[in-house]
Design a binder for this molecule. Structure first.
Ligand SMILES: [Zn+2]
Length: 138
C-alpha cells in the first residue's frame, strides 16, 4: 500500500496554474494532505483533490425481446416450415387411416399438409391456407 506522506507525489488542482498537475506533498494533517507544492510553478498551497467523478453511465433500456410466436405467423409460413421439417413420404388422406404427428398427408382438396396434433378419431393438420381438423382412424 502506498501510504501518503510528505514528500510523495500527488495529483492536485494547482491554484496558480488552474490545472490538474503533479504536486509534492509538503504537509500532512493526520492521514489527509494539507499542503502541496506544485511541480510546475513551485507554489505551495492547500491540497485540492482532483475531481475524479466517474462518468455516469446511462442506464440501458431493457427492451423486452419480441418473441416470435407461431401464432403470429401466417399459416403459409408455418406450413412451409412444417413441410420442410417433415420427413417421410406423403400419405394420401383417408378417413380410415391413422396418422401420427409429423406425417405428411396429401388431401385431394387441401393439398399437402403436416399433422400437428393427434387426438382420438381426429388430428390437426396444417395446410397451406390454414389448420384443419381431420377425421382419422386414430
Ligand atoms: Zn502550479
Amino acid at each position: 500500500m502506498n501510504k501518503l506522506s510528505a514528500g510523495k507525489e500527488i495529483d492536485s488542482m494547482c491554484t496558480k496554474c488552474k490545472l490538474e498537475l503533479g504536486h509534492l506533498i509538503v504537509a500532512m494533517v493526520g492521514d489527509k494532505i494539507a499542503k502541496v507544492k506544485c511541480n510546475t510553478c513551485g507554489s505551495i498551497h492547500n491540497y485540492r483533490a482532483v475531481n475524479k467523478v466517474p462518468k455516469a453511465t446511462p442506464a440501458k433500456k431493457t427492451s423486452t425481446p419480441k418473441i416470435q410466436k407461431d401464432m403470429g405467423k401466417p399459416p403459409e409460413v408455418l406450413w412451409e416450415e412444417r413441410i420442410s421439417k417433415a420427413k417421410g413420404t406423403e400419405i394420401p388422406y383417408g378417413m380410415g387411416k391413422a396418422f401420427k404427428v409429423g406425417d405428411v398427408i396429401g388431401h385431394e382438396l387441401f393439398g399437402k399438409g403436416v399433422v400437428l396434433q393427434v387426438s382420438p378419431k381426429k388430428c390437426t393438420a396444417i395446410f397451406r391456407d390454414k389448420e384443419r381438423i381431420m377425421v382419422t382412424a386414430n
